[in-house]
Design a protein around this ligand. Structure first.
Ligand SMILES: [Fe+2]
Length: 289
C-alpha cells in the first residue's frame, strides 16, 4: 500500500466529486499525505517556475526572502506577484474544496515558500513542521499532557508543488507514511522508532505532480546529486486560529502588497488575512491625538 495519487477528472475541475473529497480525507487520515497527478495545469506551473528561477538567479530570493538554510537547501518567502496572483493557483476550486474538507471553510494561507535544494544539498534530518504541545511547568517541573491526541484532525497542511521533475537523484521529499498519528504523543518518537514503525516513501514524479502532507507527518528532504537546483513550492494552509511557530521570526511571512490584495477577488480575500496588507493599522505611527 502506497500514498494514494488522485487523478482529477474533467468533472472535478469546478467542484470535485464527493467521492474524490472522501478519498483525499481518508488518505490524509490514514497516511498523513496524498498525491495529485494533475492539480494545476502545466502552463501555469511553467510560469510559476520561471518566476521562481528568475528570482533565484538574481539572488534576491536568498538575499531578501530567506527563511532558513537547511543542509544545502534554502527556504525563502515568495511574494504573491505576477503568476502567483493567478486565482487558478491559490484558489483552484479543487484545492479550495479539499482544504475546506480538511481544515474548515475559514482556513487561511499561512505562508508560501520555495525550497531550493542546491546541487550537493545533503540529506535533511527527519522532522515534523510544528508539533502542538500542551506541556506545563509547575514549581519548575515540566508536566506533559498525557491525553491521547492521535485522533486530532489536522491544524495545518502543506501543499508541496515541485517546479521540476523529481527523481531519486535530485532530492525527493521523504514521507514516513502514517507517522502523523505518533507526532503528538506526550514523549515524541525518535527518528529510529519512526523509521521502524512507518514505511518511508520518496515523493517522485514528473512536473505536474504535487502532494499534501499533514503538518504532523514526519518528513525530510533527500540529497540533490545533480548539477541543477531543485525548486519546490511549500504552500502552507492552516486553520484560522493556528500560527506557525516556524515563521514567528520572519516578517512578513505572507507577502502580498496592498495593490495586489485589491486585485484578489473579494470571495478569496479572506485567505490572505494573515498578510500584513490585510490588517488595519491602529495607533498609526506619526499620528498625534
Ligand atoms: Fe519540513
Amino acid at each position: 500500500m502506497a500514498i494514494p495519487t488522485i487523478e482529477f477528472t474533467k468533472q472535478d475541475a469546478k467542484t470535485p466529486s464527493s467521492r474524490t473529497l472522501r478519498k483525499v480525507r481518508s488518505a490524509m487520515e490514514r497516511d498523513g499525505a496524498v498525491a495529485f497527478a494533475n492539480l494545476f495545469p502545466l502552463p501555469l506551473l511553467k510560469r510559476l517556475r520561471a518566476e521562481v528561477l528568475r528570482r533565484h538567479a538574481s539572488g534576491e530570493l536568498h538575499a531578501r526572502g530567506l527563511v532558513r538554510d537547511i543542509a544545502g537547501r534554502y527556504a525563502a518567502v515568495v511574494p504573491f506577484e505576477g503568476p502567483f496572483l493567478d486565482p487558478r493557483f491559490y484558489a483552484d476550486p479543487k484545492l479550495r474544496a479539499m482544504l475546506a474538507g480538511l481544515l474548515g471553510e475559514d482556513y487561511r494561507i499561512s505562508s508560501l515558500e520555495t525550497v531550493i535544494a542546491m546541487p550537493g544539498a545533503y540529506r535533511q534530518h527527519q522532522h515534523i513542521d510544528a508539533p502542538i504541545r500542551f506541556d506545563r511547568s509547575v514549581g519548575g517541573k515540566k508536566i506533559v499532557f498525557r491525553g491521547d491526541l492521535s485522533g486530532l484532525p489536522p491544524y495545518a497542511v502543506t501543499l508541496c508543488v515541485p517546479l521540476c521533475d523529481v527523481t531519486e537523484e535530485n532530492g525527493p521529499t521523504a514521507i514516513w507514511r502514517g507517522s502523523h498519528r505518533a507526532a503528538l504523543r506526550a514523549r515524541p518518537p525518535g527518528e529510529r522508532e519512526i523509521a521502524r514503525r512507518f514505511p518511508v516513501e520518496h515523493m517522485k514524479g514528473p512536473l505536474g505532480r504535487s502532494f499534501f502532507f499533514d503538518y504532523r507527518t514526519f518528513h525530510g528532504g533527500m540529497p540533490n546529486h545533480t548539477a541543477q537546483p531543485r525548486p519546490v513550492l511549500m504552500f502552507v494552509f492552516t486553520r484560522s486560529w493556528f500560527r506557525d511557530p516556524n515563521t514567528a521570526d520572519v516578517f512578513p511571512r505572507l507577502l502580498v502588497s496592498k495593490r495586489s490584495l485589491a486585485r484578489i477577488p473579494a470571495r478569496h480575500r479572506e485567505l490572505f488575512h494573515l498578510a500584513p496588507a490585510s490588517r488595519r493599522a491602529l495607533w498609526a505611527a506619526g499620528k498625534k491625538r
